[in-house]
Design a protein. Sequence first.
Length: 157
Amino acid sequence: MKRKLFLSLLLIVVLLMSTLTASAAKWRYMKVVVQDARVRKGPGASDIITSLDKGTKVVCTARANKAYYKIITPGGHTGYIFRDHVKVIASADSSKVYVTTAKANLRRNARAGSTLIKTLKAGTFVKVLSVSGGWTHVKTVGGKKGYIRSDLLKKAG
């Protein structure tokens, strides 16, 4: 009886752990390494959604097949890009990846008058570290940390 109870509890813990792990998928930040990299509707020779400039940062949400990654562009398009046209630069938990909705000031402290670290363009991906009082503590793909007004961010994807 005790053994059945123990095995049942163990099974529940294993199932819970696998569910939590699956819900916190790892996304990868990638940088486009060729000029005019095509983003397509599907993996392979499907219609082109947009083209990206060399240096553009995108978020990879999955590997579609051996040749293509499923990505989100800074403009919010979801599509597929050829693997040789991007390079992985970092990774993050998918639940913490956000994108700026407008030009946003990255500040040293959580207040409007605080020292300006950098101005981020609309469509810049950031990793959320914490949220408090209308301000979000973030880390950029380039590694800079600071605060952005929370109303200038939306969930990526």
